[in-house]
Ligand binder design. Structure first.
Ligand code: 5GP
Ligand code: ZN
Length: 114
């Protein structure tokens, strides 16, 4: 996926502040944070969106949730609480077509979302 921004972050072509990395998953700070803690967690494999999740690739999504739970603890937001967001497609507000989960915390978040 030559022109994918997050694939370029995975490859190190675009620098990022990495908080967690293993063979299949990368977590890095969002460049435009919407909360004191705003981390993006992605599979290294290019998966476009939630619409492309099936039995063949859902394992990594489970891994991502376990990793986000660990990051929440590491970053000290687990007690007060936090939010995990996935924006899918145009109506969901997805602006980068490589599936990613936002981990947001460190302040009171409002509901419903816009
Ligand atoms: P989306 O709107 O697709 O759910 O989320 C995309 C997120 O990627 C946004 O929160 C945006 O701030 C973040 N983002 C866009 N470009 C970059 C970048 O080059 N580096 C980092 N670290 N985050 C980015
Ligand atoms: Zn990609």
């Amino acid at each position: 996926m030559g022109d994918c921004l997050f694939c370029k972050i995975v490859d190190g072509e675009i620098p990022s502040e990495i908080l967690y990395e293993d063979e299949r998953v990368l977590a890095f700070k969002d460049v435009n944070p919407q909360a004191p803690v705003h981390i993006l967690v992605i599979p290294k494999e290019h998966i476009e969106s939630m619409n492309d999740i099936d039995e063949s690739n859902s394992h990594v999504i489970g891994d991502i949730f376990a990793i986000m739970r660990g990051l929440a603890e590491e970053l000290g937001i687990e007690k007060d609480g936090y939010r995990v967001v996935n924006n899918c497609g145009r109506f969901g507000g997805q602006s980068v077509s490589h599936i990613h989960f936002h981990l947001l915390g460190g302040r009171q978040l409002s509901w419903p979302p816009g």
